[in-house]
Design a protein around this ligand. Structure first.
Ligand SMILES: [Zn+2]
Length: 426
């Protein structure tokens, strides 16, 4: 996961040019996360004086990354209202991919986190890493041929439901895809790296990236203790604790779907028995609805149909959803739990049962503080989260990343190719 969900970085010491580039990235990061801000707000947030902010804004304007405009409804004579500085969404874009168990989505995301265009395709019978990579390659070609695609693509991020080593995108374990120790990062670099000017696509866990996106752009903005429950075929978890991603010793924390909940319960794809996802994952939902083989899309429609018919078929799943969340509440004391994907549909369909079960099993004190929500970014939460992996270079050093020399700053040297959070060895 990107560092600390991009808590604004203070200006740091060092060579003047390094400090300036760092400040350019920090300012651009504020605009990427917050949208339009006045120079006064930027001055306050960054702790720099007005003239320095003015110089940074001018340089980013020269780079084509931001623009200034008068707020709507004001005019020049109205007591000099402060100009608003905004990122230019089309000035830089990134590719993002969301690998699911039965489908792949690839999107193009503009500066500011808005999805410009997307393509999706069902996964055929083969879910091998090479087959998935080839499909992503085709979807990338489609996205890049879209009229909305700009000429400045500055990176790519990829999300998948599995345990990933972030330093190189090596997938340690993705049980519902059937992957163990697969070099997805290398495969992506070989297939797509050329389209990115040699940049290496970055890979992360879907729920880690979903919580990041909601924290930066969605329902969790302003909340420092957040859990994202990604319910698709399996169940993933992404956690932000005290404003920072919960990583664990090896970066593998948050596998909430494999909390052991039912002694001697059903077999899980991870090899254990009675994991939480065996009671709330797609198979459990299909079972509850009397369905046999169903795609995720079929199940979403079936859950909505059950909700509209007012049946109690989903009550058992909803009960386990609430009960497992009680464990999460007791352990992490989150302010917000975001229930995404298929589980979000279950929550909408049977929220009363979920809340009753949660209330029954959770301790009163943390229970009083938690709110439940579905993603504000909807089905795009994970895709937008994947895109956040790809903004790292641009937000670390905009001058180098766009490869443009500007007044007062030396021409860009080698564009950073390494993953900034590689040292975390996730
Ligand atoms: Zn399991």
């Amino acid at each position: 996961m990107p560092p600390q969900t991009r808590v604004p970085r203070a200006a740091r010491g060092g060579k003047p040019e390094d400090v300036r580039r760092h400040n350019l990235g920090t300012l651009l990061g504020h605009l990427h996360e917050s949208g339009s801000l006045s120079r006064a707000e930027l001055t306050s947030r960054m702790g720099l004086n007005r003239s320095t902010i003015g110089g940074l804004v001018a340089q980013l304007t020269d780079l084509g990354l931001v623009h200034e405009e008068r707020p709507a409804g004001t005019h020049a004579g109205a007591g000099r209202p402060s100009l608003l500085v905004s990122a230019c969404p089309a000035s830089a874009q990134v590719l993002a991919a969301d690998i699911g168990v039965d489908r792949v989505v690839v999107g193009l995301v503009g500066l500011g986190g808005r999805v410009v265009t997307r393509r999706h395709r069902r996964l055929a019978s083969s879910r091998s890493p090479s087959a998935v990579t080839t499909l992503i390659r085709r979807l990338v070609d489609g996205v890049l041929s879209d009229p909305a695609a700009g000429s400045r693509i500055v990176g790519m991020g990829v999300a998948l439901p599995g345990v990933v080593r972030h330093v190189d995108g090596f997938v340690r374990f993705a049980p519902n895809l059937g992957w163990v120790d697969q070099p997805l990062g290398d495969l992506l670099a070989a297939q797509i790296g050329a389209s990115l000017g040699g940049l290496r696509p970055r890979v992360g866990n879907d729920a880690d990236l979903g919580v990041l996106a909601e924290h930066l752009h969605g329902v969790a903005v302003g909340h420092d203790d957040v859990v994202f429950l990604a319910g698709e075929v399996g169940v993933g978890g992404g956690c932000i604790v005290g404003g920072r991603p919960l990583l664990g010793a090896g970066g593998y924390a948050g596998e909430l779907g494999h909390l052991p909940l039912v002694p001697g319960g059903r077999a899980c794809r991870c090899g254990a028995r009675g994991c939480w996802e065996t009671e709330i994952g797609a198979q459990a939902i299909a079972r509850a609805l009397g369905l046999d083989k169903s795609t995720s899309d079929d199940l979403v429609l079936a859950v909505r149909r059950a909700a509209s018919e007012g049946t109690s078929a989903l009550d058992g799943v909803a009960h386990f959803l609430g009960r497992g969340m009680a464990g999460v509440v007791n352990l992490l004391n989150p302010r917000l739990i975001i229930i995404a994907g298929l589980l979000g549909e279950v929550f909408i369909a049977a929220g009363d049962v979920v809340r009753a079960s949660l209330y029954e099993a959770a301790l009163a004190a943390p229970m009083e503080q938690v709110q439940l929500a579905v993603p504000l970014l909807g089905d795009d939460a994970v895709l937008v989260g994947a895109s956040e992996l790809a903004w790292e270079d641009l937000l670390a050093d905009p001058v180098a990343a766009v490869g443009v020399a500007s007044a007062g700053v030396a021409p860009a040297g080698a564009r950073p190719r390494s993953v900034p959070f590689a040292t975390m060895d996730r």
